[in-house]
Design a protein around this ligand. Structure first.
Ligand code: AMP
Ligand code: GLY
Length: 440
């Protein structure tokens, strides 16, 4: 099959790598793509400022069998709707379903209707109501979370335990480029528990569960500093109770699909459930309508199955047997860790330093137990690439246990960091879980 992958970040590099190794994918195209993905396939020769309809037209003329959409933005903008109208199979939900991510208010309303466990919340539409509701919740409960309802690249959420935190959140929400995303804001209670994420490929037939990962969202070690898009992660999650995936499916995924169906919305694509695992079980922190970044990178190594086939199955293009997920199997298949390396100014773009050169060789990824996925890499010359800004790359390692995966990943990270002034990365990814992994 000929497959087109849409997107250009680290998640897409991991998807491209996975699809390029698939038995059913003969030809992988990507668009707009990143230079580090050039090892996995070919860039679709279409101007990168083309419209979604031009992309669909070009895909049809090139006889693409299916499209995989990596990021949320094209989905929110209706790329999947256009593909469906044109009869082009697409893995990524239509815009009505993509609102689960692009409108936190919509997600909360759907959860309320489907009785899905989540934090108590109110919607506000201006700064003064936001301050009032936030301070009220802070006084009553000792904490409050402010969330821009619209897309904010993982940077529109403020967990507050003091009134200064609320003021800082209000400033970011209402005085920065986030203003549009913050036209509506969700003010919600702070959930207690441990955080993890769950990923599943939905569509025709049974859900294709990928399993759990833990992402480290704060910039600094010990969960200090601002929220980011994610600084690293590990998978699977040794501290979850047995049967965790079944619980998430019965309490969250199945009621969600049923409620969407009731609203005439079909969900085909990856569903990402952000979870707080409390004493009462899983509660939803957020839904995303795509794979996580860097969770895609860690799952690409951890899950040995053929994603090209899993996706083709969900689209009804193929039918596989014996590809079912089992948690026991997931835990039996070793452990993986991903560590993100970002530029000095991440996440707010302040105080960037000179970007280092990177060898194209490091992105070849011939060893399926140690991969480097590029997110923001520029072509300097054929022999030399250069780091861009933001999250630049992630180093992912798979080993028998977390300790081994962590050590091997950090060895690689430290060697890349040597010639990179101001590089940011966390040194404690998976550290606590390593101990729990050894104890279990
Ligand atoms: P979100 O973009 O909704 O995932 O929020 C970003 C991060 O903020 C989450 O990964 C959590 O660490 C934290 N967070 C969001 N909502 C809550 C909540 N209700 N209680 C506690 N932490 C939260
Ligand atoms: N790593 C978090 C996300 O992709 O939203």
């Amino acid at each position: 099959m000929r497959v087109l992958l849409v997107g250009s970040g680290g998640r897409e590099h991991a998807l491209a790598w996975k699809l390029s190794r698939s038995e059913v994918v003969d030809d992988l195209l990507f668009w707009p793509g990143g230079v580090s993905m050039s090892h996995c396939g070919e860039k679709l020769p279409l101007a990168s400022d083309s419209s979604w309809s031009e992309l669909v037209k070009e895909s049809i003329s090139r006889k693409v069998d299916y499209i995989v959409v990596g990021p949320e933005q094209p989905l929110a903008e209706g790329l999947a709707d256009l593909c469906k109208e044109a009869g082009l199979p697409v893995f990524g939900p239509e815009s009505a379903a993509a609102e689960l991510e692009s409108s936190k208010v919509f997600a909360k309303e759907v959860m309320a209707a489907a009785n899905i466990p989540t934090a108590a919340w109110v919607k506000v539409e201006d700064r003064e109501s936001c301050r009032r509701e936030a301070l009220k919740m802070l006084n009553e409960k000792g904490g409050v979370v402010l969330k821009a309802s619209g897309l904010a690249g993982g940077k529109g959420v403020f967990v507050c335990f003091r009134s200064e935190d609320v003021e800082n959140g209000l400033k970011r929400l209402y005085e920065t480029s986030m203003k549009g995303a913050a036209a509506s804001v969700v003010v919600e209670e702070v959930l207690q528990g441990r955080e993890c994420s769950f990923f599943t490929f939905l569509g025709k037939g049974k859900p294709g569960t990928l399993g759990f990962a833990v992402d480290f969202k704060r910039l600094g070690d010990g969960d200090q500093g601002p929220n980011t898009g994610g600084m690293g992660c590990y998978s699977p999650v040794p501290w979850l109770p047995q049967g965790a995936a079944d619980l998430v499916n019965t309490r969250i995924v199945f009621p969600l699909i049923a409620e969407l169906k009731r609203r005439n919305i079909e969900y085909i694509g990856c569903l990402y459930v952000g979870i707080m695992w409390s004493e009462e079980g899983p509660k939803v922190v957020e839904f995303n309508v795509r794979l996580g970044d860097p969770e895609a990178q860690v799952l690409a190594l951890q899950d040995r199955r053929d994603w090209g086939k899993l996706i083709a199955d969900r689209l009804g293009l193929t039918q596989s047997n014996g590809e079912d997920f089992s948690e026991v199997q997931q835990l039996d298949q070793g452990r993986s860790v991903a560590i993100v390396m970002a530029s000095a100014g991440y996440p707010y773009g302040e105080g960037e330093t000179v970007a280092p050169k990177l060898s194209p060789e490091i992105f070849k990824n011939d060893d399926p137990r140690l991969c480097i996925f590029g997110a923001s890499v520029k072509e300097h010359s054929a022999e030399s690439w250069q780091a861009g800004t933001g999250r630049v790359l992630s180093v992912v390692c798979h080993r028998e246990d977390l300790e081994g995966a962590r050590m091997a990943a950090y060895e690689q990270v430290e060697s890349i960091a040597q010639k990179w002034d101001g590089v940011r990365y966390r040194k404690d990814i998976g550290l606590k879980a390593t101990q729990e992994d050894l104890e279990n």
